[in-house]
Ligand binder design. Structure first.
Ligand SMILES: [Cu+2]
Length: 110
């Protein structure tokens, strides 16, 4: 019986462990593997509840969600220029974001 209890506690720990939110990092770069003015990685797949920290590896960039290009009802965000910002994504869907003044240079991420 004691063994069974230990087994149950063990599986509960594993279950709650897999439900923990994860955090990711996206670098904002002047020059990256994909060219100049990039978010790296430019495309990131995460789960609801996970968070992403946009790192101002090179200053002078920021991430801003694009109007009409985030899931309906989801909150947008706008990071400060040259600052790290952490965004938690609670709602399922596709989020497109840009670097506020660098959209014409196609500095976008998904
Ligand atoms: Cu930029």
């Amino acid at each position: 019986m004691k063994f069974l209890n230990t087994m149950l506690v063990g599986s509960l720990v594993i279950l709650s462990g897999s439900a923990l939110a994860e955090s990711y990092e996206v670098q904002m770069l002047n020059t990256g593997a994909d060219g100049v003015m990039v978010f790296e990685p430019a495309v990131l797949s995460i789960n609801p509840g996970d968070s992403v920290t946009f790192k101002a590896t090179n200053p002078g960039h920021n991430p801003e969600s694009m109007q009409g290009m985030t899931p309906e009802g989801a909150e947008g965000w706008k990071g400060g220029m040259g600052q790290d910002v952490t965004v938690t994504f609670d709602q399922d869907g596709v989020y497109v974001y840009q670097r506020t003044p660098h959209l014409m240079m196609a500095m976008v991420g998904v």
